[in-house]
Design a protein around this ligand. Structure first.
Ligand SMILES: [Zn+2]
Length: 437
C-alpha cells in the first residue's frame, strides 16, 4: 500500500453455463466453445494475428488457428468477436481487495480496523473481486488484507467453490513488518492498537509468522521492507527501513522451502537493499531504484511491480511536508521506472487497487506505463504472460494457447494504438465460462 498524507493510507487493492449437447446418445462430457477473434493478441507473441479461431474445451483452450483453416467441432457454441481485439484474461499483481480507497477525510485507513465488522469488510471484498472480473482481470495477486486476517483465503474459497464471481486469487494473508513498521499508529502509547500487518522482531518471530501464514493458506508472503517516507535535507526521498536482512532471510528461507515466494514492499535506500540482499522475489513499488539495486535485480531475477498509478492520487498540499513527499515519490518513480525498463528488469503490471477506489478503472495503469516508455505490447505482456511466469503459471495463465485456462477478454479498438481501450473490455470469460458479454 502506499502512504497518503500524514496518516497514511495504504499501500496499500458466473457465468453462462455452456449448453451440454445432450440430444444424442453420447452426451459431450466437455462441451466445446469457439471464439472467432478479429485480432488476437495472445499475451506472448510480439505481433497480433488477424482472423483467428480459438477452440475451448471445458475450461481449457484446445486450439488456436487461422479462421480459414479452422475446424469447428460439431455442436460447439460460437462466440463472434470478429470485430474485436481478443486477449488473455488480465492479471493485476498488486491489489488489496479488503481496502476501498478510503477517503482520509472520512476516517481513512484506520476506520476499517477500528469500526468495521469483519463481515462488512468481507462483503465489500466480494464487490472488489466482482469489479475486477468485470474489467477483465481474471487473476489477482492480492498482497495482504490490511487487518482482515485470513479473509482473503475465505474470499478465494468462495470464488473457487462458485458462490461468488471473481478472479483467480493468489493471496498473501496478513503481511509481515516490524515494530514501528505499520499502522495503526499515532495513538496513545498506553493503548495496545491492532495492526494492519503481523509485526515481528527477530528472525525467530519472523520465521514463525511466515509459518503461520503459510499454514493458513498464504500463496505468497508479503513483507514491508520500508514504511514511512519523507523528503531528506538534500531533497532526496528517504524511506524508513523495517526488517533486518536476518529477519527477512528467515522469512524467505522458510517461504522458499514451502515452494512459495516473497513480495517485498520497498521504496528505496537501506530497506530496498536489505530486500534484495535477503532474497525477496518481487519488489513492490520500487520508487527509488539506484543503479546497484537495478544491477542486483537483474542478477537475481527479481521482479518489479511498480504500481505507478497509486502515487498520483490524494496528494497533500504542495507547501506541506507530506505534499512535498507525495510529489517527490512520483518524481523518483518517473526516473526509476524507465531506468529499470531499459535495463531489462522484469516488470509486472500492478495497481495497488484498494489504495485506489475499486470504482476507478484498473487498466489506468497501462497508460502510465506507456507514458513512461513501455511499448503497448510490453505493457500487455506485463499483465499477461509475465506475471504468469512470476506466479509459476507459465503456459496456463496469461496466454491464449493450447493447454492454457480459457481466461479470455475482448475490447473494441486497437490497444497497440491506444492502450486506453483496455479500460473498457466488453467480453470476459474465465475458466471457459462467459462472465460478461
Ligand atoms: Zn499495496
Amino acid at each position: 500500500m502506499k502512504i497518503f498524507r500524514s496518516m497514511v493510507i495504504f499501500c496499500l487493492a458466473t457465468a453462462v453455463v455452456l449448453p451440454a449437447q445432450e440430444k444424442s446418445s453420447a452426451p459431450a462430457l466437455f462441451p466445446f466453445t469457439v471464439i472467432r477473434a478479429g485480432t488476437l493478441i495472445d499475451g506472448k507473441s510480439d505481433a497480433p494475428r488477424r482472423d483467428q479461431v480459438i477452440v475451448i474445451r471445458g475450461n481449457r483452450i484446445d486450439g488456436v488457428s487461422d479462421a480459414a483453416a479452422a475446424k469447428i467441432p460439431a455442436g460447439a457454441t460460437v462466440i463472434d468477436l470478429s470485430h474485436s481485439t481478443v486477449l488473455p484474461g488480465l492479471i493485476d499483481s498488486h491489489t488489496h481487495i479488503f481496502l476501498q480507497g478510503e477517503d482520509p477525510a472520512q476516517g481513512g485507513y484506520d476506520i476499517n480496523i477500528l469500526k468495521y465488522p469483519l463481515a462488512f469488510r468481507a462483503a465489500r471484498a466480494t464487490v472488489s473481486v466482482r469489479r475486477a472480473l468485470e474489467q477483465g482481470f481474471t487473476t489477482l495477486r492480492d498482497v495482504e488484507t490490511e487487518g482482515a486476517g485470513y479473509g482473503d483465503v475465505g474470499i478465494k474459497m468462495a470464488i473457487e467453490e462458485g458462490y461468488i464471481p471473481g478472479p483467480r486469487l493468489f493471496v498473501s494473508t496478513r503481511a509481515i513488518s516490524s515494530t514501528g513498521g505499520y499502522m495503526l499508529e499515532d495513538y496513545a502509547p498506553e493503548l495496545d492498537m491492532p495492526k494492519g500487518a503481523q509485526l515481528i522482531d527477530g528472525p525467530v518471530e519472523a520465521r514463525k509468522a511466515a509459518r503461520e501464514q503459510l499454514d493458513h493458506g498464504a500463496d505468497w508472503i508479503k513483507v514491508y521492507m520500508t514504511h514511512r517516507s519523507w523528503v531528506g535535507k538534500d531533497g532526496e526521498l528517504v524511506s524508513q527501513p523495517t526488517l533486518t536482512v536476518e529477519e527477512l532471510h528467515a522469512i524467505v528461507d522458510e517461504t522458499h522451502s514451502w515452494g512459495k515466494k516473497v513480495a517485498c514492499h520497498a521504496y528505496g535506500g537501506i530497506g530496498l537493499h536489505r530486500a534484495l540482499d535477503g532474497g525477496c522475489d518481487s519488489i513492490e513499488h520500487g520508487l527509488d531504484l539506484d543503479d546497484a539495486a537495478i544491477a542486483q535485480m537483474l542478477r537475481q531475477g527479481t521482479w518489479l511491480c511498480p504500481t505507478l498509478s497509486a502515487y498520483y492520487h490524494d496528494w497533500a498540499p504542495a507547501d506541506t511536508p507530506q505534499g512535498q513527499r507525495d510529489r517527490k515519490r512520483v518524481a523518483a518513480h518517473e526516473i526509476s521506472f524507465p531506468k529499470a525498463l531499459h535495463a531489462g528488469v522484469k516488470i509486472v503490471f500492478g495497481t495497488d487497487m484498494g489504495g485506489i477506489s475499486w470504482d476507478e478503472p484498473i487498466a489506468q495503469e497501462f497508460p502510465r506505463m506507456v507514458e513512461l516508455g513501455m511499448s503497448p505490447m510490453e505493457a500487455i505482456k506485463s499483465a499477461t504472460s509475465r506475471p504468469a511466469e512470476m506466479l509459476d503459471m507459465q503456459g496456463q495463465l496469461g496466454v491464449i494457447a493450447p493447454g492454457a485456462y480459457a481466461d479470455i477478454v475482448a475490447a473494441t479498438g486497437d490497444p497497440l494504438r491506444d492502450i486506453k481501450v483496455l479500460q473498457s473490455v466488453q467480453f470476459v470469460m474465465k475458466d471457459g465460462k462467459v462472465f460478461k458479454r
